[in-house]
Design a protein around this ligand. Sequence first.
Ligand code: P1T
Length: 380
Amino acid sequence: MRFSTKAIHAGQDPDPATGSVTVPVYLTSTYMQLRPGREGKYVYSRTANPTRNALEESLAALEDGKVGLAFSSGLAATTTVLMLLRKGDHVIAGDDIYGGTYRLFDQVLRNYGLQFTYVDPRSPDKVEKAVRKNTRMIWIETPTNPLMRVVDIRAISKIATKNHAMLVVDNTFASPYLQNPLKLGADISVHSTTKYLGGHSDLIGGAAITTDVNVGKRLKFLQNAVGAVPGPLDCWLVLRGIKTLAVRMDRHNSNAKQISEFLQKEPKVEQVYYPGLPDHPQRDVVKRQMRAYGGMLSFELKGGFGDCEKLLTKLRVFTLAESLGGVESLVEHPASMTHASIPRQRRMEQGIKDTLIRMSVGIEDVEDLLEDLQRGFKGL
Ligand code: P1T
């Protein structure tokens, strides 16, 4: 089956009991057993739930993986994946990642004896040089949050394989419609399903998908043992979102492309970061590993923070809010919002300046978005 068909049908056969065309929401915590000690297919909803199972099958199909697992948030998926490691293990992580992921690594998991080195993964040499004897995992995002840098998944996967480390790719920004890390050599693809997969800014969820059955078994064990599972209603909402993922992404893509071109021409804009622009520095990698470019972009404003604040509060169709990947357009200020948990010095070194603005371009009529921006820039 091709992507759009899988998105509607994988894991979502009509309900055998009733013929219901959509997967029922199994709002139950526990299941009647016929005899003690002999477990039926379902026992307890932390371990398995039919609505969650449907979502997990769908996620596996979308990423061409063997095992898909759903979690209560993107960070819950990340935490559980990191629990594949042991005290003393070393992780090489990309230096431009979601602020919350950095906070989890640096302020939580480091206290449990995991070691982290941050490198710019656009340079495979730097990743290779950071490998230690105890390196067990390489963690990258691509495109990155918020600078839209692109990492060559295949090149990094070669380094991971050579050094017996797992490669994990946070595929949230691209979604499985635009990029499939497992096909490019990654071991695990992670998502915040809060974003494009859910698609309507109405839930918090996460996912981890792998082609490696043994890794999948261990992750399933951890999913139950750690317990960061989503409720059935949230699973159902993600499943419903997934059905329209392909059509939404096409529109996100075309709207973001037009907005990136508008911003490039706007005199108050210093620099636009969008993988769909011909002058994106990793254009060749983009072309190799992404089907299209998505709805996320960021840009540097000329002037100071005052101008940023003015613009962000003048927009009417774009909503000032964290998060991304929903049908509505959002705009935010990484330095004070999504990436505020990264120390300022470090943020500056990475290029997340106080004048950086990030947009999640929605699927509204692009003319309304462009008019909103024209109005916003007027008088800056
Ligand atoms: O919010 P949660 O569902 O826990 O997902 C965390 C997460 C993981 N990975 C990436 C690439 C993300 O962007 C996020 C969450 N990001 C935002 C809330 C944001 O506005 O960037």
